[in-house]
Write a protein that binds this ligand. Structure first.
Ligand SMILES: NC(=O)c1ccc[n+]([C@@H]2O[C@H](COP(=O)([O-])OP(=O)(O)OC[C@H]3O[C@@H](n4cnc5c(N)ncnc54)[C@H](O)[C@@H]3O)[C@@H](O)[C@H]2O)c1
Length: 313
């Protein structure tokens, strides 16, 4: 589906920008990408080629083609005719501000500018902008051309209408967009991940489990369910006929007690060596690039299978 936003600009073509370019091309859009780094165009085209078999396997939109990718090192030229702009430049506020200023010098005043930033808020990014009301956060997950989630939110000066427009645009491209209702550090999904990593590190430090056992616990345990239904619905399912209300009344007190015993994220870097050694031990004798290749192959199959199961959200 290509409603009003048909010419997309991708600003910054590193890991995330290249993923966005691949995604938007696969959905049939014209994409103009820009990045000042030497060799950026060749690198981008290589990354789009590398990702193409996966997006092809998921199903291309009518007219989707890698030939619809154009590239320029001039940001202003890239955004001049754009109907939507996805910014994925370096994660530095001064660079984002410079980029927004250049984008605004050339883009039409009502065109949405979405930033992929993982750590900066929309309020920080839009500070000083000429038209801050059209600046939103559109935070993807790597690999951006495969993982459907995008977290969308506005800053203090973003209009609610523009947040809704960004959600509609992403949704029309097949993304699963969720709205960040209030700005918080790390947005939503990364905070959930950090909560898990915090306890995983603590369990290793306390000698409760090895790094490998923690990876096994998640990837062969709750992680399998979480990829299909989220943590709350799975909890609801665990409650039997009484659902989540019964479950929390029944087990909530225990969970509260476990929660009181959880670890804190280490304040110094001392933990890194122990965790890295655990990862090395886990990967010993394994083909890590092959492992990642197979992960992505399975990911494509899983996403494709989920798409045809009507009751799976
Ligand atoms: N890597 C991740 O897992 C991840 C996930 C979600 C969001 N993000 C966010 O996406 C953004 C990009 O991250 P990344 O990991 O792709 O970084 P990256 O370093 O791979 O890419 C950044 C790109 O921006 C380019 N660049 C530098 N100056 C520029 C300019 N003036 N105009 C246009 N491009 C410019 C660089 O040449 C580089 O190619 C960041 O804001 C980051 O927080 C990253």
């Amino acid at each position: 589906m290509k409603p009003e936003h048909s010419k997309l600009a991708v600003v910054g073509t590193g890991v995330i920008g290249a993923g966005w370019a691949t995604h938007f091309l696969a959905r049939g859009f014209d994409v103009t990408a820009t990045d000042p780094a030497p060799g950026a165009e060749q690198r981008l085209r290589g990354l789009v080629d590398a990702g193409w078999p996966a997006v092809e396997a998921l199903g291309l939109a009518d007219g989707a083609s890698r030939d619809r990718l154009s590239f320029t090192t001039d940001v202003a030229q890239a955004v001049r005719d754009a109907t939507f702009i996805q910014e994925s430049g370096p994660e530095r506020l001064d660079v984002k501000h410079d980029l927004i200023a250049t984008i605004e010098s050339a883009a039409k005043a009502d065109v949405l500018i979405a930033s992929s930033s993982s750590g900066l808020s929309a309020s920080e990014i839009q500070a000083g902008a000429r038209h801050p009301e059209r600046i939103v956060l559109g935070h993807p997950f790597n690999p951006t051309h495969l993982i459907p989630l995008v977290e969308v939110g506005g800053g203090k000066l973003t209009s609610a209408e523009n947040v809704a427009k960004a959600i509609a645009l992403y949704t029309s491209t097949g993304k699963k967009a969720i709205r960040i209702q209030k700005e918080v550090k790390g947005h939503i999904a990364n905070r959930l991940q950090v909560a898990l990593w915090q306890e995983a590190i603590s369990l290793v430090q306390r000698g409760v489990a090895s790094v490998e056992d923690i990876d096994t616990a998640i990837s062969h345990g709750p992680g399998l369910r979480w990829a299909l239904l989220g943590p709350f619905i799975n909890l609801h399912a665990s409650g039997g006929p009484g659902g989540i209300t019964h479950l929390l009344q029944h087990l909530g007190a225990s969970q509260r007690e476990w929660a009181r015993d959880l670890g804190k994220y280490p304040e110094t870097d001392d933990y890194i060596q122990q965790i890295a050694q655990g990862v090395d031990a886990e990967l010993a004798g394994r083909d890590f690039p092959g492992m990642l290749r197979q992960r992505d192959e399975l990911l494509v199959q899983l996403i494709a299978m989920k798409a045809v199961k009507a009751q799976i959200p």
